[in-house]
Design a protein around this ligand. Structure first.
Ligand SMILES: Cc1cc2nc3c(=O)[nH]c(=O)nc-3n(C[C@H](O)[C@H](O)[C@H](O)COP(=O)(O)OP(=O)(O)OC[C@H]3O[C@@H](n4cnc5c(N)ncnc54)[C@H](O)[C@@H]3O)c2cc1C
Length: 177
């Protein structure tokens, strides 16, 4: 018997749930309060396109693979010119590369962090207070959190390893916002 499924909310999560259920043969009804689908992933209309929420995808996880299989990710990665122009601000100075202790921390690819401890106290023990603070500040960009140092060490460290992975960054920019 064909199942009926109701999905409330047409953000990324609701859309993925609705598509997956429909692909599995269910009859899906999706309710969305807003006039347009997308939730916080919406962008304003042209000509002045602004992202109302996310503008990047990470290409190293199941979310990306799910979308890519359905050709739903028109997105680009940074080119060499953009990467060379990238800068980070550390202690008030702009730098082309992160400080050496931070780079050393990024080589600890097998290190695992505890879930039940905050990132700052765990990372301070291992890498020192400055490096722990630099990493936590950098992870603010990735986690959309104002103080990632207070979050679970496992969560912050896993994301730090992902964004500092050697080779090309996994970040992809969605075309048009
Ligand atoms: C400023 C900002 C930047 C971000 N940048 C990124 C990024 O670069 N990369 C990234 O991966 N993530 C980013 N995020 C996180 C990302 O936006 C969210 O994780 C994701 O969009 C959440 O999707 P969702 O479907 O769970 O919820 P939402 O996008 O919030 O969707 C919920 C939907 O449900 C609808 N709804 C709610 N209640 C009802 C109801 N009763 N009836 C009908 N409809 C209802 C809402 O109108 C909405 O459309 C960012 C978030 C913000 C705020």
């Amino acid at each position: 018997m064909q199942k009926k499924i109701t999905v409330v909310g047409g953000g990324v999560a609701g859309l993925v749930a609705a598509v997956a259920a429909a692909e599995a043969g269910a009859r899906v009804t999706l309710f969305e309060a807003h006039r347009r689908l997308g939730g916080r992933a919406r962008s304003t209309s042209a000509p002045y396109i602004a992202s109302e929420g996310p503008h990047v995808f990470y290409a190293d996880g199941p979310h990306w693979r799910w979308l890519a299989r359905r050709r739903l990710v028109p997105a680009s990665r940074l080119g060499p010119a953009e990467l060379l122009r990238a800068r980070m601000r550390v202690e008030g100075r702009l730098r082309g590369l992160p400080p050496a202790p931070m780079l050393r921390a990024a080589t600890r690819r097998r290190l695992r962090a505890p879930i039940g401890r905050d990132f700052t106290s765990w990372a301070t023990e291992r890498f020192g207070a400055d490096t722990a603070r630099w990493i936590a500040n950098m992870m603010g960009v990735v986690t959309f959190d104002a103080a990632p140092g207070r979050l679970s060490a496992a969560f912050v460290w896993e994301r730090f390893l992902r964004v500092s992975r050697p080779g090309w960054p996994a970040v992809r920019y969605v075309h048009g916002g």
